[in-house]
Design a protein. Structure first.
Length: 584
């Protein structure tokens, strides 16, 4: 009952985190992809998402997004549900290792409340990777222990199936069979089996061989999908990042730290623990190490495995992310540590199964004093962790995307009701999503699934743009370049289907998405095709009479080529600006 109560309390805390959060960065990339691609298309499911292969995460995100576009309720509910599954799977694994013993509450409390797992939960895109992986990790470890203990092969079948499911959400789940083997072998070792490795291999041979085959297949898929040029071999930077994650993340987290977070929008929060919590973390680590070695036998390998995994779970990430320009604050975001939290909890459970030393440390035997001391330490840890979680939430709420998207949805609905004029596509504010995320930073991608909005077209007669707060406002074209006056008096440039025109500019344009203002006189309805000297063609609708239209013309060059598409269409084009959108 105490374990269930702890999980309920954790879910309440995580629900507050989830529902007080909002879409952030990669979340909006997932939204844009779901709105512009087929949910079951290979190009969508197996997209190289910043080095990740995550078809199941894409599928879940796409389904939730299409049910309620840009509504945070669905993602928040999914966070809580996935956390519940991960917590229950952890409880099962701890029960399989320890049984229903009170000491089970020690690793469970650490895993449920440590702030080390909070950043990876609050960010929806990260949680869609890590939470299913954590659930799979715990389930497979429990099945591996049961397989070795009972010999029932059904545990091998379920473990392989769950492992494959974890891989579909996150390629990092490839560590699961290795962790499961280590947990099962260490459990045999601490219980006195001199041939623990041989015992675990023989008892679980079907599981290990099947898992290795699945892993090899998934590695092949990963190598096909992912751009390998993103890998770095800057070992010095990788070491600096790993060291920073230990001193400013893992160690303070053992004492419920970091207590304080910094943030420069649009970056995610990073831990900035004060010296006191860093010292407390080292004190806790030294105390737990000393007590465990004094109390338990045969746990040296358990400690070495914990240290090894703390490095192994991060080094590949830093090799993928690091360069000489990488900020060390990357290691302080803590979003790469949720699996370490679970592995530490499982290893702690294994260590608690080790036999007590026969001499000394009698004061650690079961007693009322030991119970009170353990309860008091746990309460202090939870209080410290809750404080860190509260300060994280205060920083996480500082999300410029929330007001921007709320204003944009309202403005788009009002524009849709007010006019049938389309919108020119444009980039959203860089504090919401920057150009490195192109094309998902385009409004046509981010708002693709909204029903109440104008259409996004390459040309419009009513020029509007999103301001920095997300409101649609009247816009104008800045005069970066000018269409030079045409050669024909009272006309400018004369265009007919058999007479294209070359509109000279007063200077060259570098490659960009330019907006062009066309002031024209046409004799009938029709359309023209325009393009820069270096760029794709854009079709622009025309209306009879003296009119003005605006077109988004990507490319570069020193002239715009115009061709009339409609039979018997004649038009004159006057001078006008070429540039970017700015509020009118």
């Amino acid at each position: 009952m105490a374990a269930v109560a702890l999980i309920v309390v954790q879910l309440v805390i995580r629900a507050v985190l989830a529902f007080d959060g909002y879409f952030y960065w990669d979340d909006l990339i997932l939204v844009g992809k779901a709105g512009t691609q087929g949910l079951l298309s290979p190009s969508y499911l197996f997209d190289d998402h910043d080095g990740h292969v995550m078809p199941a995460a894409f599928l879940v995100a796409g389904a939730i997004t299409r049910l309620a576009p840009l509504d945070w309720t669905g993602p928040a509910i999914s966070l809580v549900v996935l956390q519940l599954l991960a917590s229950l799977a952890l409880l099962r694994a701890l029960h399989v290792i320890l049984g229903w013993r009170p000491v089970l509450l020690i690793p469970l409390t650490f895993a449920l409340f440590t702030p080390l797992a909070v950043p990876g939960f609050a960010w929806w895109a990260a949680a869609l990777n890590s939470l299913p992986m954590l659930a799979a990790l715990c389930w497979v470890c429990a099945d591996a222990v049961l397989l070795v203990r009972t010999g029932r092969q059904r545990y091998a079948a379920t473990a392989v199936g769950v492992y494959f499911g974890g891989l579909l959400f996150f390629e990092k789940a490839a560590v699961i069979p290795f962790v499961a083997f280590a947990v099962a072998a260490l459990l045999c070792h601490v219980r006195g089996d001199p041939a623990a490795l041989r015992t675990v291999w023989r008892a679980g041979r079907r599981l290990w061989i099947a898992s290795l085959l699945v892993t090899a297949g998934w590695i092949a898929v990963y190598l096909v999908v992912v751009n390998h040029q993103r890998w770095s071999f800057d070992l010095a930077m990788t070491w600096d990042l790993l060291s920073r994650s230990v001193t400013h993340g893992i160690v303070p987290g053992l004492a419920g730290g970091p207590w304080h977070w910094d943030r420069w929008a649009p970056a995610s929060p990073w831990a900035t623990p004060p010296p006191v919590v860093m010292a407390l973390g080292w004190l806790v680590l030294a105390g737990v190490l000393a007590l465990s070695l004094v109390r338990k036998r045969r746990i040296g390998l358990v400690w070495l495995t914990a240290v090894g995994y703390a490095a192994a779970c991060q080094v590949p990430i830093y090799l993928l992310r690091s360069s000489r320009f990488t900020a060390l604050e990357l290691a302080q975001t803590l979003r790469y540590l949720p699996d370490l939290v679970v592995v530490l909890a499982l290893l702690a459970a294994v260590a608690l199964c080790a036999p007590n030393r026969s001499l000394g440390a009698r004061w650690l035997d079961v007693s009322r004093g030991r119970t009170l001391a353990a309860t008091g330490m746990a309460a202090l840890f939870v209080a410290s962790s809750l404080y860190s979680t509260t300060t994280f939430l205060a920083s996480w709420r500082d999300n410029p995307a929330q007001l921007y998207l709320q204003h944009a949805r309202a403005s788009l609905a009002a524009a849709h009701a007010d006019s049938a004029a389309p919108l020119l596509d444009q980039e959203v504010d860089p504090l919401v999503l920057q150009r490195v995320a192109y094309p998902e930073n385009l409004a046509s991608h981010m708002f693709a699934l909204l029903r109440e909005r104008p259409e996004f077209e390459p040309a419009t007669t009513q020029l509007r743009m999103f301001d920095s707060s997300g409101h649609l406002v009247p816009a104008r074209v800045t005069w970066v370049r000018t269409i030079a006056p045409g050669p024909m008096p009272q006309c400018g440039y004369f265009v007919q289907p058999d007479k294209p025109a070359r509109l000279a500019l007063d200077g060259p344009l570098l490659p960009a998405d330019w907006t062009v203002e066309f002031n024209y006189l046409a004799n009938s309805d029709g359309s023209m095709t325009v393009s820069l000297a270096e760029g794709p063609e854009v079709k622009v609708p025309l209306h009879p009479g003296l009119n003005r239209t605006f077109a988004r013309v990507p490319g570069a060059g020193d002239a715009i080529v115009v061709r009339a598409n409609t039979t018997a269409l004649s038009l004159c084009i006057a001078s006008g600006p070429v540039g970017f959108l700015a509020p009118a």
